[in-house]
Design a protein. Structure first.
Length: 118
């Protein structure tokens, strides 16, 4: 599996964004998929994950009212939907393929930068 994340950019606070993570090798969907972020000067933190079947979600409590994760099985793509963006959401967002919704995380994509201005 080779993951490619995209969709980041500069957005205004209060807006929405949809990040994509595509398996460019189009591997059969045998991994749960997670999203993480790393804000400037901080460590990487988990934000959410979706099961390989697309039927189960696990979202971090601090973001679950604004973040969602979805999966397009046919196009081998996983999405992170972020609503009501806040400046503190500014970070590099990463996707990863894992054994379960809580890891271990086996393969990482490159990050995509989200910058939220107030």
């Amino acid at each position: 599996v080779q993951l490619q994340a995209s969709g980041g950019g500069q957005v205004q606070a209060g807006g929405s964004l949809k990040l994509s993570c595509t398996d460019v090798e189009r591997t059969p969907s045998r991994y749960d998929m997670g999203w993480f972020r790393q804000a400037p000067g901080k460590g990487r933190e988990f934000v959410g994950a979706i099961s390989r079947s697309g039927t189960s979600l696990h979202l971090e409590d601090s973001v679950k009212d604004r973040f969602g994760v979805a999966r397009d099985m046919a196009n081998k793509t996983v999405y992170l939907i972020i609503n009501n963006l806040k400046p503190e959401d500014t970070a590099v967002y990463y996707c990863a393929a894992g054994a379960t919704l809580r890891g271990p995380w086996l393969t990482w994509g490159q990050g995509t930068l989200v910058t939220v201005s107030s």
